[in-house]
Unconditional design. Structure first.
Length: 84
């Protein structure tokens, strides 16, 4: 009985992950990071949205990540984000 319940939970979890997320292997993620770091200026923009903002119309926070993985952010934007 417990083994069957665990199997059902695993199948349900797998279904949710497959339906809601794009799954990357660690190797793929590492390659994407390396490619971004080797970009001409190495700058990446990371935009955070609320999960209910399906149209991605209102960003909560925008981070500029440099080649050294240092993050630059507008202090006003950070205060606004923290006040929510």
């Amino acid at each position: 009985m417990i083994g069957q319940a665990a199997k059902l939970w695993a199948e349900a979890l797998g279904s949710v992950i497959d339906g809601e997320f794009d799954v990357l292997t660690k190797a793929d993620a590492a390659q994407l990071r390396q490619d971004a770091a080797e970009a001409p200026d190495g700058t990446r923009i990371v935009t955070l949205y609320d999960r209910t903002d399906h149209q991605r119309a209102t960003p909560l926070l925008v981070l500029t990540v440099g080649k050294t993985d240092d993050v630059t952010i507008d202090a006003r934007q950070l205060r606004k984000f923290l006040a929510q």
